[in-house]
Design a protein around this ligand. Structure first.
Ligand code: HEM
Length: 499
């Protein structure tokens, strides 16, 4: 190589390094220039250097301890973002000033239509229309009907526990067990099909859910990038749902849809029917057939993921806490026994489950201490004055640190303690002035909130009715570092002792 070529190569690479350093220096000075306290970033990765080694759940908790203040600047890679940590600011961002925060930061990319067009990630104006069309899926009337199915599946759950974890003495993986339970119900609510993976039947839905919730290093990375650094997800063309899960969803959806066309059945009230109507009703100018097909499939995908992932985590932590709290477990058992004594059918129906205050309190306290979604994300779509000192620029992600609120000792004394008594007499719709937000809030709150809670109630009641729970692992369970949502490392486990 000639010396002039060598020196021009050296010159170009030195310039590139200098430019990169200036860019990094300028970006990481973003919060300092605005006089906002920030979490010290590391070169290129910002504050995300821990990813895939520790969970974002743990980061949210540590951040509030390190910076116990109303808001703190963070860097999602090279992207400055604001983390707000009080109920008052949560109210403003989620509800009062929703106009400025209509979309989420989480986003997939054009090469991943199912990932980019589902209700969770899709942006306005499509979001508004899709939400409007899907809301009737979650009426109280419909939920009453679905509760019967949840009860039947909870019965199968009890049988499986007896068969596998009592008689055969296998060690239970709670997260997997409850993913099976929720998968059986969602098979019906989304596709109208009755299957039971819990009773060891072949279930096409289990192929989908198992693929969705199996967080290997790579799936964890894909998902984390879509949630936290969407620009990297777009660049690397990462996918919200795995290829395998996507193919299964497509196949199953079109199978069921074509049967509907043949039978012209209008009686089905599952998601497929709603989605076929949604396709007809979409008024978006660009709602070409291809786009509306993708929008339909995307909702089927997110309903499956939404109902399996979060509810199975809640149930896993609820059992873990009950195993370590025998007194509370006995109080719950008493409540279940008394409620059952009042029924004629021997099954706790929708209203019976809703009336059980201690059952609700155990569920709420689990959702407080272990919120499956530890932060809520929004993207500022219109410049916003947070207060007299801080203006949030358009394009800046704003996160609500749910952990900082749920674990604030001034709101919940001894926050690490699991105490259902905190929530006696609280009702499902109460966010306790934005101090209890496991389902988010405002127009983009969780559409499956009531469904999710009923699913947890039905399973908890039947498990506690039939088994005593005892600890089978240390109290402090590591969180899964590959999962951007909360999940117990290894799935979590307890010992079931028949009553
Ligand atoms: C224990 C159970 C559940 C928990 C803790 C939970 C939690 C959440 C949270 C925190 C959000 C974000 C809300 C916000 O940003 O303000 C959310 C959104 C969402 N959830 Fe759930 N969820 C649960 C069950 C479900 C179920 C059963 C479904 C579906 C049947 C579901 C589907 C969705 C969807 C589609 C969204 C996006 C809503 C939108 O942006 O309009 N979730 N969920």
């Amino acid at each position: 190589m000639s010396s002039s070529l060598l020196s021009s190569l050296l010159w170009t690479s030195s310039c590139a390094v200098i430019l990169l350093c200036v860019y990094v220096y300028k970006t990481f000075g973003y919060w300092k220039r605005r006089g906002i306290v920030y979490d010290t970033p590391n070169f290129l990765v910002g504050n995300l250097g821990f990813l895939m080694r520790r969970s974002f759940f743990d980061y949210c908790l540590e951040l509030k301890d390190k910076h116990p203040r109303e808001y703190v600047g963070i860097f999602l890679g090279m992207q400055p973002a604001l983390m707000v940590q009080t109920p008052e600011l949560a109210r403003n961002i989620l509800t009062k000033d929703f106009d400025h925060f209509q979309n989420r930061n989480s986003f997939s990319n054009q090469s991943d239509p199912l990932g980019a067009l589902n209700l969770f990630t899709v942006k306005n104006p499509i979001w508004r229309e899709v939400r409007h069309e899907l809301s009737p899926m979650f009426t109280g009337h419909r939920l009453k009907f679905v509760t019967e199915l949840m009860n039947q599946n909870a019965k199968e759950l009890v049988k499986k526990v007896q068969r596998d974890y009592v008689d055969k003495k296998k060690k239970v993986n709670l997260k997997e067990l409850f993913s099976m339970y929720t998968s059986d119900t969602v098979a019906y609510t989304v596709f109208g099909i009755r299957v039971s993976v819990l009773s060891d039947q072949e279930s096409p839905l289990w192929h989908i859910t198992r693929n969705m919730v199996h967080f290997t290093f790579w799936r964890g990375f894909e998902f984390t990038m879509i949630f936290l650094v969407p620009v990297v997800a777009a660049f690397m063309r990462l996918k919200f749902f795995s290829e395998t899960a996507t193919e299964y969803i497509k196949k199953l959806f079109w199978n069921v849809a074509s049967q509907r066309k043949d039978t012209r059945s209008a009686a089905d009230k599952d998601l497929v029917n709603h989605l076929l109507q949604l396709k007809d009703n979409l008024k978006l100018p660009h709602a070409a057939s291809d786009l509306s097909d993708k929008i339909m499939l995307a909702q089927a995908g997110v309903f499956i993921l939404g109902s399996v992932e979060t509810s199975s985590t809640t149930l896993s932590y609820a059992l873990h806490e009950l195993a370590y709290h025998p007194e509370e477990q006995e109080a719950l058992y008493e409540e279940v026994t008394q409620a059952l004594a009042k029924t004629e059918s021997g099954v706790l129906q929708y209203q019976d489950l809703m009336d059980m205050k201690y059952l609700s309190a155990c569920m709420y306290e689990t959702l407080r201490k272990h919120p499956p979604v530890p932060y809520l994300d929004r993207l500022c779509n219109k410049t916003y004055k947070l207060n007299d000192e801080v203006t949030v620029e358009k394009g800046v992600p704003v996160f609500i640190n749910v952990m900082a609120i749920h674990h604030n000792e001034k709101i919940y004394p001894e926050p690490k303690q699991w105490k259902p008594e905190r929530f006696i007499n609280v009702s499902d719709g109460d966010n306790l002035n934005y101090t209890f937000i496991p389902f988010g809030d405002g127009p983009r709150f969780c559409i499956g909130k009531r469904y999710g809670m009923m699913q947890v109630r039905a399973a908890l009641a039947q498990i506690v009715q039939h088994f005593k729970l005892e600890p089978n692992e240390p109290y402090e369970v590591r969180t899964d570092p590959y999962s951007v949502l909360l999940a117990p490392y290894g799935g979590g486990t307890v010992k079931f002792v028949p009553r």
